[in-house]
Design a binder for this molecule. Structure first.
Ligand code: NAD
Length: 380
């Protein structure tokens, strides 16, 4: 079975040399300073942008009554491409996470997180170059939960015991439901293979726990195996999730593209960010059919708001992913080389990239962006 998902290669969403219309969401906390640094760097590549600036986050809640104003959502629906700064999830206000809302509203089903070692970054490995593709809409994140002690939970428990007489569920249990569909599994695994193809990558590994959860992870694995038959030029393998964690930590260089259901993807993408130097250097994108939002993996680091202190690398590398997505492969490569050169020199980098985090020679967000821009100008 195949989905009706459009088969568009990752790098086919624009034409090199044209002016690209992009929604720019500065976000809150350190988001505005990071997106401003990223916007300047992207423009220094020579690629032309028509930025549609729209706001979201805690700073606009008072004005709009919501952290995700309709004009912002409408703009992304229209431009189909957004560069987004991190956004704080307000605690105890009743507002749900803007980040989760965006993924749901725009059906951004694939979360892409490249994990690559750059010389000069303090990390355990210097030879990692892999990509995590996480399913974003199904699994235990579906939000279908039954609270301990509620009448509906008791009803559900008794129905389950009737349907599966051997099962034992204590009456004081809470229950979370894990739906995984053939449609959702086919869509994410196909996306991972298409991405691997567009990027010239050689291998896709499906991660699962099919030995225990036969009707969810088992379905996912069977679907993944069927999808793999459509891509004979790309190697396919599968790993049980616990074994995958051990192998990633022991031999990360053997991984290429890993495709995972939502929960395992959430956990393993942070593990992999840890392998290559942490949140300051971990870029990301959330992608749907013909629509994508590019953002760093990290959050809004609110304690550093307005201090011109945090590392712009993750956000800038998210911008590099966006360049690839809009067909500007050459600019993307120049940008990556410029970032890598600045990191390797280790001079104009933020505090978190210095050997000693209190090193007084650390530069600010804007100055690190300036150093990258200088490298870009030198490579013209
Ligand atoms: P965080 O990523 O903001 O911060 C975690 C740690 O990493 C902090 O010590 C922080 O100072 C550091 N850090 C983060 N980004 C950095 C950078 N670019 N350079 C250097 N250091 C950096 O995570 P948190 O504190 O758990 O979350 C803060 C807020 O961000 C929360 O409201 C959370 O919900 C939100 N959040 C948003 C997103 C998103 O917008 N996609 C993602 C994660 C968290």
């Amino acid at each position: 079975m195949t989905t009706n998902a459009k088969k568009e290669a990752f790098d086919s969403h624009g034409v090199a040399g044209q002016t690209h219309t992009v929604t720019l969401i500065p976000g809150d906390g350190t988001g505005p300073e990071l997106t401003e640094a990223t916007r300047r760097v992207l423009e220094a590549t020579g690629v032309k942008f028509n930025w549609q600036v729209h706001h979201a986050g805690v700073d606009v809640m008072e004005k709009f009554g919501t952290p995700l104003p309709t004009p912002t959502l409408d703009s992304v629906r229209k431009t189909k491409i957004a560069l987004k700064g991190p956004i704080t999830t307000p605690v105890g206000t009743g507002f749900r996470s803007v980040n989760v809302a965006l993924r749901k509203e725009l059906e951004l089903f694939a979360c892409l997180r490249p994990c690559k070692s750059y010389p000069g970054v303090r990390s355990r490995y210097n030879n990692v170059d892999m990509v995590i593709v996480r399913e974003n809409t199904e699994d235990l994140y579906a939000g279908i939960e039954f609270e301990k002690g509620k009448p509906e939970t008791a009803t559900l428990i008794s129905e389950i015991m009737k349907l599966q007489p051997g099962s034992k569920i204590r009456s004081d249990s809470g229950i979370s439901i894990k739906p995984l569909s053939v449609f959702g599994s086919d869509r994410i695994v196909s996306w991972a293979f298409d991405y691997a193809k567009a990027e010239g990558r050689k291998k896709v590994t499906a991660v699962h726990k099919a030995n225990i959860m036969k009707y969810t992870d088992g379905l996912y694995l069977e679907t993944a195996r069927n999808v793999a038959k459509r891509y004979p030029e790309i190697q396919f393998e599968d790993r049980i999730v616990d074994n995958a964690c051990m192998q990633l930590v022991a031999r990360p260089d053997e991984w290429d593209v890993a495709v995972l259901p939502n929960l395992y993807g959430d956990i393993l993408s942070d593990l992999c960010a840890g392998l290559v130097g942490g949140l300051g250097v971990a870029p990301g994108a959330n992608v749907g059919d013909g629509i994508a939002v590019f953002e760093a993996t990290h959050g809004s680091a609110p304690k550093y708001k307005g201090l011109n202190k945090v590392n712009p690398t993750a956000m800038i590398l998210s911008g590099r992913l966006m360049l690839k997505y809009i067909g500007e492969a050459k600019a993307a490569k120049r940008l990556e080389d410029a970032v890598a050169a600045v990191i390797k020199e280790g001079k104009s980098v933020t505090y978190d990239m210095k050997q000693d985090r209190d090193d007084p020679t650390a530069v600010g967000t804007a100055e690190m962006a300036d150093a990258i821009i200088k490298k870009l100008e030198a490579s013209k």
